[in-house]
Design a protein around this ligand. Structure first.
Ligand code: ADE
Length: 378
């Protein structure tokens, strides 16, 4: 078979070239200092679907507040969520909490150095288990993430859909085959790092790649055409109305159910605008349907654009007042609610678009209007 032979450049193995390159060029990342299993686990959870530069400030704040597994297990879900606010894919932080409690109860506060046991923990898939086993324990387990998939698709000139199950099997077996004995930590990171720094999606720096001489797609001049992917999911535009309901100097917020998109986060009430509906009308309808109250829209605060997963959201935010200030909202979709001051919004975790809105509310003009029950907007 074409790739069965050991890949060598002269007499030097590909893995040696990659490791030598990694040792010289790797980024100084905080989880690469002492490779503590706890730090590797948290870093890998944060790095799922998220870039290193986005993760870094979150990682530093997290480690300052939660220096070990026990501190995570003892924290409230609400506090953990606040430390995750803005990173997205909030199920990850709930899984971290669950895992920390399991580690305290069953594994003497440690990540077990055993692939099957790690793989069975909440939120840990094959890649994350491989990364923990290899980076923290230097065990010879492959870790094929998005970067490694791209590197291999070019190196082996893979023309099949990169994410097909047959191809994924092939990639994992190649990673296993190339793995040098006793160097899993450096080898897996060298592949990830090559994908992050050299073999990048656009304009890869092939001239300085340590394994360019064996790269099949470079030889054939098809690097830019790899990886091959099935067309992705379509982007769906949605329009949403959202209300900052003000009463007696406080604003109304509600909490999303634990299980589901952005589970456990706080939000302002509102919902999707139906076809042909005006944003204000959608909001009055949502308040009536979801909270059983009638409100007046005082004025539009902002229009915010935001993207998540495959959605492009346009959010119309209004300042609202209850028609009957004595009537309490009844929760029909949310699980909890509170009336809070604008300052208190700071302490709770909100989805990114709500957070943008809060930043606007913190401007003096809005603070004053909320304090005066938005009377000034009449
Ligand atoms: N992406 C995923 N895991 C990573 C790691 N450990 N270091 C750098 N980038 C990564």
């Amino acid at each position: 078979m074409k790739f069965k032979r050991e890949r060598k450049q002269g007499s030097v193995k590909v893995s040696d070239l990659l490791i030598a390159w990694f040792e010289e060029h790797h980024r100084d990342l905080p989880w690469r200092r002492d490779y503590s299993p706890y730090q590797i686990w948290i870093a890998e959870m944060m790095l799922q679907q998220t870039q290193v530069k986005t993760v870094l400030p979150y990682y530093h704040r997290w480690m300052k507040r939660f220096p070990d597994i026990q501190s995570v297990a003892l924290a409230s879900a609400e506090e953990l969520l606040k430390y995750w606010e803005g990173l997205g894919y909030y199920l990850r932080v709930r899984n971290i909490h669950e895992t920390a409690k399991i580690l305290v109860d069953r594994y003497s506060c440690e990540l077990p150095p055993d692939y099957s046991q790690i793989r069975a923990l909440p939120g840990i898939g094959a890649y994350t288990a491989g990364a923990i086993m290899s980076l923290a324990y230097n065990e010879s387990v492959p870790a094929v993430d998005g970067n490694v998939k791209r590197v291999f698709s070019r190196f082996f000139n893979i023309t099949a859909d990169i994410n097909s199950s047959a191809n994924l099997k092939f990639l994992w077996s190649k990673a296993n085959e190339l793995m040098p004995a006793g160097r899993a930590r450096e080898f897996n990171q060298a592949l990830m790092e090559l994908g992050a720094l050299i073999c990048v999606p656009k304009n890869p720096a092939c001239t300085v790649c340590p394994v360019v001489n064996q790269c099949e797609s470079f030889k054939l001049d098809v690097v830019d055409a790899r990886p091959v992917r099935r067309p992705g999911k379509k982007i769906t535009p949605i329009e949403v109305s959202l209300g900052v309901l003000v009463n007696q100097g406080k604003v109304f917020i509600q909490r999303r159910p634990e299980n589901g998109l952005m589970g456990g986060l706080w939000e302002f009430p509102g919902g999707k605008i139906e076809v042909g509906e005006k944003p204000e009308d959608a909001l009055l309808r949502e308040f009536s349907e979801e909270l059983g109250i009638e409100v007046n829209c005082a004025y539009k605060i902002a229009m915010i654009r935001h993207s998540y997963t495959t959605f492009r959201v346009t959010l119309h935010a209004f300042l609202c007042r209850p028609q009957d200030p004595a009537q309490e909202p009844q929760l029909r979709a949310a699980v909890k609610c509170r009336w809070v001051t604008i300052q208190q919004l700071e302490q709770l975790a909100f989805p990114a678009a709500n957070r943008k809105l809060i930043q606007m509310l913190q401007k003096r003009k809005f603070k004053e209007r909320v304090a005066f029950n938005a009377q000034s907007a009449r």
